[in-house]
Design a protein around this ligand. Structure first.
Ligand code: UT7
Length: 326
């Protein structure tokens, strides 16, 4: 009997024009290119200029994803946008994308806030809504301007993050219901709010009426990351009866190269199957996975039929994974 699968039809990305190297940061902050590269693998990041916002980056990434998917914007009936840096407290940045791109009037559109796990949460949510049968084509976006919530006096955080956006178009298609199907094959989402004080923004509409700035206990986040990420990947492999060797591409959230290497090693995925963009983009939170996906599609690594495993962990803590046959 056929079942519905959410098949990814197109991917797109957008980065601000301004690329800032570690050497340029050395002039503003008490840091060094050597420290940043050794501890994180980051060489540069993109920083949004005045007028470039989460909404404009999201719109550009989404436009590219829609063109590449070969469908008309009017055919999209669901927009899920993951961000922790929305243009406004409300309305959702998703409705800006809807209006800018001429997406179907009456489509459902909303933002998801799960910090660095946002894209995984958004993909999983859109997948469930497509599988529910009420929607046919979803635009799923991760877009961030973390530069706007950084404390540029705090060298422990400001060197780690960057701005950008990535998007995919997913379509509900009937499939046989086997592991060979294209589309989302499994997803798992988790959170543990007991750790909400380890990575947070110290402001907000209801508490301080300010935007606030990002605060992180980096060592604590690091300590939890590899274990949580590895366990969610294990769950997905068990759910799908697959082994790590069968994964074609591992596309992790790009926070820190040491976390990526540690996770890949722990689950047994060889280095040459890990897509790494943290060196170029730094940590772009909810945008990092779709930016990495887009890079690996553009350079010809990810091809139709490949098994692509995504995972993320971030503030909350939230964490999760999604397995897709491209
Ligand atoms: O997206 C998910 C959220 N984020 C993450 O996954 C981040 C997880 N954590 C990390 O990636 C790492 O903990 C960091 C990269 C943030 C920090 O690396 P670390 O090896 O844990 O360094 P540390 O915080 O223990 O600091 C070591 C030293 C300290 O100096 P002392 O006290 O040993 O003299 C810091 O003051 O490095 C110093 N330091 C810096 N030095 C130069 C901290 N930031 C900088 C900097 N430049 N930017």
């Amino acid at each position: 009997m056929a079942i519905i699968r959410s098949v990814i039809r197109g991917c797109g990305a957008s980065l601000p024009a301004n690329c800032v190297s570690n050497a340029e940061l050395e002039k503003k902050v008490d840091t060094s290119d050597a420290w940043i590269q050794e501890r994180t693998g980051i060489r540069q990041r993109y920083i949004a200029a005045d007028g470039e916002t989460t909404g404009t980056l999201a719109t550009n990434a989404a436009r590219q994803a829609i063109v590449r998917s070969g469908i008309d914007p009017s055919e999209i009936d669901l927009i899920v946008l993951a961000t922790s840096t929305p243009d406004q407290t409300f309305p959702a940045t998703a409705v800006t994308v809807q209006a800018e791109l001429g997406i179907q009037v009456g489509a459902a559109a909303f933002d998801i806030q799960a910090v660095c796990s946002g894209f995984v949460y958004a993909l999983s949510t859109a997948d469930a809504m497509l599988k529910g049968g009420a929607y046919r084509r979803a635009l799923v976006i991760g877009s961030e301007t973390f530069s706007r919530i950084l404390d540029w006096e705090d060298r422990g955080t400001c060197v780690l993050f960057g701005d950008g956006a990535g998007a995919v178009v997913m379509e509900a298609q009937p499939k046989p219901g086997t592991i060979g199907d294209r589309g989302v094959l499994a997803s798992r989402l988790h959170a543990d709010g007991r750790h909400r004080d380890k990575l947070f923004v110290d402001g907000g509409a209801s508490s301080t009426q300010t935007i606030g700035a990002l605060r992180m206990n980096g060592r604590e986040v690091f300590r939890h990351a590899v274990g949580k990420i590895s366990s969610v990947i294990e769950e997905i492999l068990v759910d799908t009866n697959l082994t790590a060797e069968e994964i074609d591409w591992f596309v992790p959230h790009q926070a820190n190269k040491r976390i990526l290497d540690g996770t890949a090693k722990k689950i047994g995925i060889p280095e040459d199957k890990v897509v790494i963009t943290v060196d170029r983009h730094a940590n772009t939170s909810a945008a990092s996975i779709p930016l990495a996906l887009n890079a690996a599609i553009e350079d010809g690594r990810i091809k139709e039929g490949d098994l692509v495993l995504m995972e993320a962990m971030g503030g909350g803590f939230t964490w999760g994974g999604v397995l897709v046959r491209w």
